[in-house]
Design a protein around this ligand. Structure first.
Ligand code: FAD
Length: 117
């Protein structure tokens, strides 16, 4: 089948949105199991992402820049960085990772406030 750049870009946007929103909700202080879960997810994702070329490039990035899972900040900063690596290759604008703070809000409205159990 022919490549369809519109669909490929749409899938990419949806996927990045999901991934950034997911790490924005990753625990500030993850347990070893939570860390392993995120790491495993990312590697499995890189095997299953439907755009084969994208997935192959992404696996190259993972080999060079292994997922950071020690905290929410570390995970969000890492994902922002690798997304920027993809942006650079595709000649897209670089996102300022210092501004990632509240950019990705899942709208779930159920996250406990800082300091709550
Ligand atoms: P996107 O890159 O989809 O970003 C969406 C929005 O996220 C932006 O508008 C911006 O608000 C925000 N954003 C941008 N950069 C960051 C950042 N660093 N951190 C946080 N938020 C940010 N396409 C290809 O053609 N070839 C590929 O090899 C390829 N590889 C990909 C690999 C992966 C793992 C994924 C998920 C997608 C890949 N894509 C690839 C798709 C590509 O990255 C874009 O998603 C697609 O081209 C649409 O681009 P866009 O300009 O809408 O912005």
């Amino acid at each position: 089948k022919l490549e369809n750049a519109t669909l490929k870009a749409e899938l990419g946007r949806a996927t990045w949105k999901f991934m950034h929103t997911m790490v924005a909700r990753f625990p500030e202080k993850p347990s070893p199991e939570e860390r392993k879960t995120l790491e495993t997810f990312i590697y499995l994702f890189s095997r299953l992402y439907p755009c084969g070329d994208c997935a192959r490039h992404f696996r190259g990035l993972l080999a060079k820049y292994p997922p950071q899972t020690s905290s929410r900040n570390a995970a969000a900063g890492w994902l922002c960085f690798v997304h920027n690596q993809v942006n650079e290759r595709l000649k897209k604008p670089i996102f300022d990772c210092n501004n990632i703070g509240d950019f990705y809000d899942c709208g779930c409205g159920d996250e406990k406030k800082e300091g709550e159990a």
